[in-house]
Design a protein around this ligand. Structure first.
Ligand code: DON
Length: 303
């Protein structure tokens, strides 16, 4: 089966589910998105992209951005960040304060919000402008200099970030934040508000399917760190439904409350899906169904 036939078949298979789930409304800037949008794109190893549905419509990538900030940090130093965060599945909501307190300010993994705040803190120290560093990486790998931050979404989240502020202050109270809390929160919020389409997102993540090699052939991550980042996505990337996700889909993946999910088939391709309606764990309902249908159809999972 050709790549285009695969994406078309997956799109047709899950069409009845488009619109399922509930759009995130705790960030007002996301609440107005039409739940009936759906896009799917597959990027082949050579960078060619095959899409179906709304695959060229930009959406808010939210927590999917956490993969790229972590990649930049690991590309600089493979070990340092792991002294500040764990790499165990959370089994708890992505913004749990209770778990952070239990873990004494050492976030359970880099993808729960507290862990991502620590990654942003590390990247702030390294670069001075972490959201720009993430944006530069995404633009270069997607081959699209127009990828940008949706300022309206950023502003909207900034006005409603009480829970993330509480998480950041709790991390800081345990001495696990090196920069001022507000600077870290501003950068984290900006990074989450990056908007891009499924095609660009799938292409930008190609280094995860190429064992750490960027589009131009230079190395972003060591082979070992690329494996580790994929492993962390598999075990932690979809929060408290990571077990169910591995069971149904069997691929490293990272979701965001904008309704995007990025998935990696090492050696073969990357996929980005978008459906704004979320399940109870904050993962795209139609997106999850599409990735399930994709691995069922192709047999391409890591298992
Ligand atoms: O910090 C937040 O709550 C959002 N900016 C990102 C959360 C998110 O995308 C969780 N993913 N499913």
């Amino acid at each position: 089966m050709q790549y285009q036939q695969i994406v078309d078949a997956v799109h047709a298979k899950i069409a009845p589910l488009i619109g399922c789930g509930r759009v995130a409304d705790y960030i007002p800037g996301l609440a107005g998105v039409d739940p009936r949008r759906f896009g799917l794109a597959l990027a082949a190893p050579d960078g060619a992209v095959y899409g179906a549905g709304d695959w060229q419509t930009a959406f808010s990538i939210q927590s999917v951005s956490k993969v790229f900030s972590l990649a930049l940090v690991l590309g600089h130093d493979s070990d340092a960040i792991w002294r500040r965060i764990g790499r165990e599945p959370s089994g708890s909501p992505f913004n749990s304060l209770h778990q952070l307190e239990q873990d004494r300010g050492v976030p359970r993994n880099p993808f729960v919000n507290a862990g991502a705040l620590v990654v942003v803190d590390e990247l702030l120290t390294l670069t001075g402008d972490p959201s720009l560093a993430v944006l530069d990486l995404l633009r270069a790998e997607a081959g699209n200099p127009a990828v940008t931050i949706d300022e309206q979404v950023a502003k909207s989240e900034a006005g409603h970030r009480h829970r993330n502020a509480a998480l950041a202050h709790l991390v800081a109270s345990y001495g696990n934040l090196t920069n001022p809390v507000d600077a870290v929160l501003d950068q984290y919020t900006a990074q989450c508000a990056i908007a891009m389409n499924c095609g660009d997102l799938a292409r930008a993540a190609g280094f995860l399917a190429r064992h750490g090699l960027r589009t131009g052939g230079s190395r972003l991550l060591s082979r070992s760190d690329a494996k580790r980042l994929n492993a962390t996505m598999l075990t932690c990337g979809t929060y408290d439904s990571a077990g169910e996700f591995a069971y149904r889909v069997g691929l490293p993946a990272k979701s965001g409350v904008g309704g995007g999910i990025l998935a990696v088939v090492p050696n073969r391709c990357t996929l980005a899906v978008w459906g704004p309606g979320l399940d109870e764990c904050g993962n795209s309902c139609a997106g999850r169904a599409a990735l399930d249908a994709f691995t069922t159809l192709t047999g391409w999972s890591v298992f």
